[in-house]
Design a protein around this ligand. Sequence first.
Ligand code: ZN
Length: 408
Amino acid sequence: MRAWTAPDVPTLDGRGGRLRVHDTALDELVEIEPDNNEARLYVCGITPYDATHLGHANTYVAYDLMYRVLLDCGHRVVYTQNVTDVDDPLLERAEATGVDWEELAEGQITLFREDMTALRVVPPQHYVGAVEAIPSVVDLIESLKLTGAIYQVDDAEYPDWYFEVHRAPGFGRLSKLSDDEASAVFAERGGDPERPGKKHPLDCLVWRLERPGEPSWESRLGRGRPGWHIECTAIALQHLGAAFDVQGGGSDLIFPHHEMCAAEGAVATRQPFAKTYVHSGMVGLHGEKMSKSKGNLVLVSRLRSSGADPTAIRLALLAQHYRDDWEWTADSLREAQQRLARWRDAVARSAAPSADSLIDALRAALRTDLDAPAALAAMDAWAEQPGADPDAGATVVQAVDALLGVRL
Ligand code: ZN
C-alpha cells in the first residue's frame, strides 16, 4: 500500500551514539543495539475509521521521534506499519453507517496520510494492509500448524482457527496480568474468552471462517479472513524478520495485541518476536481516554481545517512525555502556538547563542527514553539567552527539524 509523502530530514554533524528506551517487558531502559547498524521498527497502524484523532497522532509522532533519533545515532532505519483494513470494528462501523466497508477504509486511510504529511511524520518504507497481507498470514498460520500450536475450535457451524497461546515460552511477560485479569481485558478488547470449544480462554483467533454478508478470501484454511494479531505478526516477520529491534504502539495494545504477536512470533521462529516493546501513553479529553467507542475524539483534520498550524499541533504533542497519559485541552494548542512563535523569533535573531551545546542537550534528552519535554525546555532556554553567533539560528533550524520534526 502507498504510504505518504516523506518530509526532508536534515543530517546533523556528529551523528553517533545510542538510544535508550523503556522496554515494557523488563520495565527498565534498554539500549537499542541494531544488528549491522540497521534498526528494524514495527509500529501498529490504524484500523481505518475515525482517523486521525489526537491519540493516534500522539502515537505516530512518538515513534517518529524514535525514528529521527535512531537516524541521528547513525543507524539505517527500516520501518514497517500495517493498516487493519479488514476487521470487526471496521465492518461494524460500515454496517452502522450504511457505508461500503472498502470505501470507508479508503477514505480514512487517505485522511490519515494527509494528517501524517501535515505533522511531518516520516512514512514507513513498508506500509501494508491486512488484505494485501493475506497470503503471508495464511503461510504463517500453516507454519504454526506444523508446530501443533494451531487448532480448529470445536464448533460444528464455524470451526474457526485458533492459536494456543501457552505454547509460547514467556507468554504474559509483557502484560504481567493474572489469568482472570487477562480474560477481562481480552473480552474488553475484541477477544472471546467465553467462546465454547477453545482449549484455553486466552487462545486467540487467527482465521475466521466466512459468515454470511462478511468479506472473505479463499485459502487453504477455508474461505475466511485473518484475525488481528496474526496480521501484525505476519507483516512484521515478512518485512523485518525475527528478533527485530522495536515493536511499538499505544499502551492499550500491550494486552492482548502485543502479547499475542510476541507469542505467535516466538512459536513460529523459535526466536524472540521483537527485542524491545515500547508503549506510548493515552490522550484523554474531559477526564476520559480519547477513543472511538466513547465518541470524545479531537480529530487532527478538524483542528487543521479550523486553522491550527500542524507544526503547533506536533509541538503540543511533544510537550508531553510519550509514556505519560495526559489530557488535551484548548490550552495545549495555545501554549504550543506561543512557544512556536518564540522559537521562530529566536532563530530569526541576527545573533544567538552557539548551537553546539543546545544540540548536545537535545540529543542527551531524546536519547534518554525520548524525553521530548526536556528537549523543549532546552530549546526554550536557548531562545531566551542572548548570544553573538550570527550562524547559530540557521543551525538550530536544522537541528530542531532533524531531531524534533519541527520546522521553524
Ligand atoms: Zn499490530
